[in-house]
Design a protein around this ligand. Structure first.
Ligand SMILES: Cc1cc2nc3c(=O)[nH]c(=O)nc-3n(C[C@H](O)[C@H](O)[C@H](O)COP(=O)(O)O)c2cc1C
Ligand code: SF4
Length: 430
């Protein structure tokens, strides 16, 4: 097991969210160290560590920071993405509530490295507790001189503002997040230009995930080489895997990147609940394509998952057992994405609606075999054709269900009812 703990080993302490608790474990020593370094040295260290974004896409963090024009005449911003609304993902909330200073220290170091004087933490509206904890942590950091003007006598100063969203999944997409902070509807912007060039209020902006920023103090304190020695050569460091679904011990497990699905499920998660078997695995939040039980020995890292036709995404791993209806899973997913689509793109607005409609018909016993090819056709038209990746996030898992588990869906259609007795249509309002 690596020594690095993003969710610290003393997290069970009731006061783990306080600055006293954080400083007892060496908190804010990385900030003091960073403020004595040249900002470019920090960016190079982050590049050399191989840290890749933990928000979904796995983009190299140091490279992202190096895109910022530090001499810009405009203000530079950092937005910490704490929206975490992806079904199956619940790692950021734990960092926010149990160890907020860790991400805060990462935020301040990033601000110094890219010359940002203001940072926003965009937190999901349904996390009032997290928002209150963050507000309190910011006050504590101010009182200790880690925020405000002239931090630790360095001459550098910055402020952090908590911005609460209103509960839309799409506001986790980085450009929708920027629109939302600007007071507009949370609708993604076409890219390019990317936020590093034209971001918040048209100014250069870094957008990073909570877990990404929480890694930064560890890298500054212990070095790039230490971080890159964990995991695999191009997938370095630890990752917080969120394990849920039909599992005996669901929860968060911080492990080296590249831990296999089998190890995660059986060694850490205690195996499948109810003595059942694995049927399908969603490896990276609800937007990732499903894997099958034949993939159990694949390492959970960005590159292996991409090669397997899916993605590591948020590493929210959901296990589906052999008695769960995948037609029901597909209908549920389509319902979610249809509800959350911002509606700007026809392929997404109409595609998610049709996918939900067809799977609902199947669940109602009114499905037709020809729907399956129509579903695949709709999915292929939704992929890579829209302003943001929400449409892909709906198409990928559904396409994988139809391609990899077609006989089960066909049986559902043939029988005119669920082979597993799952007739509940949830909150379908079609
Ligand atoms: C529909 C959609 C929702 C997203 N939601 C989140 C989110 O809740 N949190 C997050 O960090 N990234 C989310 N992302 C990814 C962000 O757009 C962005 O890539 C990420 O915040 C960058 O941070 P990182 O480089 O540290 O990973 C989402 C993307 C899409 C397309
Ligand atoms: S893909 Fe969907 S959510 Fe994204 S911009 Fe287009 S309509 Fe909006």
């Amino acid at each position: 097991m690596p020594e690095m703990r993003i969710i610290r080993s003393y997290i069970d302490r009731e006061d783990s969210h306080t600055i006293e608790s954080y400083m007892l474990a060496g908190g804010y020593t990385a900030l003091a160290k960073a403020l004595k370094l040249d900002p470019d040295e920090i960016i190079n260290t982050i590049k050399e560590s191989g840290l890749r974004g933990r928000g979904g896409a796995g983009f190299p963090t140091g490279v992202k920071w190096s895109f910022i024009d530090k001499e810009s005449k405009k203000p530079i911003y950092l937005c910490c993405n704490a929206d975490e609304s992806e079904p199956g993902s619940f790692k950021d909330r734990e960092i926010i509530e149990k160890d907020p200073h860790q991400m805060l220290e990462g935020i301040i170091i990033c601000c110094y490295a890219v010359n940002a004087r203001k940072s926003y933490i965009y937190i999901r509206g349904e996390m009032p507790r997290g928002a209150a904890i963050l507000e309190h942590a910011i006050e504590e950091a101010h009182d200790k001189g880690f925020l405000g003007d002239n931090i630790l006598g360095s001459g550098f100063g910055c402020e952090v503002i908590v911005f609460r969203g209103a509960g839309a999944y799409i506001c986790g997409e980085e450009t929708a997040l920027l629109e939302s902070i600007e007071g507009k509807n949370g609708e993604p912007r076409p890219k390019p230009p990317f936020p590093a060039q034209v971001g918040l209020f048209d100014c250069p902006t870094v957008v990073n995930n909570v877990e990404t920023l929480a890694c930064v103090p560890h890298i500054i304190n212990r070095g790039a080489e230490w971080f890159s020695s964990i995991g695999t050569p191009k997938n370095t460091g630890t990752k917080i895997y969120g394990l849920s679904g039909s599992i005996n011990r669901p929860g968060l497990y911080e492990l080296p990147l590249g831990t296999t699905i089998r190890e995660l499920i059986y060694e850490y998660g205690g195996g499948i609940s109810g003595g059942r078997e694995v049927k399908a695995i969603s490896p990276g939040g609800s937007s990732s394509a499903f894997l099958t039980k034949d993939d159990l020995d694949l390492p959970l890292d960005f590159d292996t998952m991409a090669k397997a036709g899916t993605m590591l995404g948020t590493a929210g791993v959901t296990v589906i057992d052999d008695r769960t209806s995948l037609a029901r899973v597909a209908q549920n997913l389509a319902h979610f994405y249809r509800d959350e689509s911002c509606g700007q793109c026809v392929q997404c607005r109409e595609g998610t609606w049709w996918l939900e409609k067809m799977f609902t018909k199947i669940l109602e016993g009114k499905g037709k075999m020809e729907y399956l090819d129509t579903i695949l056709d709709a999915c292929s038209q939704m992929r890579g054709t829209t302003i943001c990746a929400l449409a892909d996030g709906c198409a990928m898992p559904i396409e994988s269900i139809v391609r990899k588990f077609r006989p089960e869906i066909e049986e559902h259609i043939r029988l005119g009812k669920c082979p597993f007795g799952s007739e509940d249509l949830g909150d379908w309002d079609g």
